[in-house]
Design a protein around this ligand. Structure first.
Ligand code: ASP
Length: 239
């Protein structure tokens, strides 16, 4: 890697980029990009493209944002939206070192899990994040979540689909939303986080999957009629 990493941000919607309006938070076209460009943590004005200032490790992240149209509230997302994200990652796979997906928190754990199964032979980081309060609020978790995701995506080659929230990177298919009103909104039960971002970044390399040597392919979800069945002791076979 050079000292500039290239990251693609796929901005699908969610609270993170919403604007404060008299009728509550609402998505607005181009608003997130404009906000990030004006914030020194997210953009060094000496650079023509959106680029972070150098990190403690001396690495910058140069990023491009693909904004989805329309921006979605994640409770309205369907399999087809997650397939579209996976296909966009596949289309741009060779152009970037890593990918960040901005997603609403309501179905974020489901979307992240779906992506982890659809992106077969992944060898680059795909980090899904969002926030409970938008970037446009003075007090928010959006800045920290997006900065942390950029730091991980741009500096650590964790070749998995992960969900990053409140300083922790969770394996994408082990995580669930556990709180609708706290910044600590996600947890992964018995499976420890893959990385924690504190004073230093600590990655649990022993848990991280090995990057595949094969070409990435997308195994799209095509079957919608899938139900879950909870099995419990004493359950009659007929049931
Ligand atoms: N309702 C929003 C969504 O899931 C909330 C959020 O972004 O957290 O898109």
């Amino acid at each position: 890697m050079s000292d500039v990493s290239k990251v693609m941000i796929l901005y699908t919607g969610g609270t993170i980029g919403m604007k404060i309006t008299p009728r509550g938070y609402a998505p607005a076209k181009g608003y997130l990009q404009k906000q990030l460009r004006s914030m020194p943590q997210f953009h060094d004005p000496s650079q023509p493209e959106l680029t972070t200032p150098p990190s403690r490790l001396g690495r910058r992240v140069c990023y491009q944002i693909k904004e989805y149209e329309p921006l979605l509230d994640s409770s309205n997302m369907e399999y087809s939206d997650w397939v579209e994200i996976a296909e966009d990652i596949e289309r741009h796979y060779d152009d970037y070192d890593a990918f960040i997906v901005l997603h609403g928190t309501d179905t974020m754990a489901y979307g992240t899990s779906a992506l982890s199964f659809m992106l077969v032979n992944l060898a680059k980081p795909v980090i899904v994040t969002g926030s409970q309060l938008p970037l446009s609020e003075i007090r928010n978790d959006a800045v920290e979540n997006l900065l942390g995701a950029l730091a991980l995506a741009g500096q650590y080659n964790i070749p998995e689909v992960g969900l990053y929230f409140r300083s922790q990177l969770f394996r994408g298919n082990r995580v669930r939303k556990v709180d609708a009103s706290a910044f600590d909104a996600f947890a992964s039960g018995d499976f420890p986080p893959l990385a924690r971002v504190g004073v230093d970044v600590s990655v649990q390399w022993s848990l991280v999957r090995t990057a595949s040597q094969n070409r990435l392919r997308v195994a799209s979800i095509t079957e919608k009629n899938v139900a879950t069945l909870r099995i419990f002791p004493g359950m009659p076979a007929a049931l």
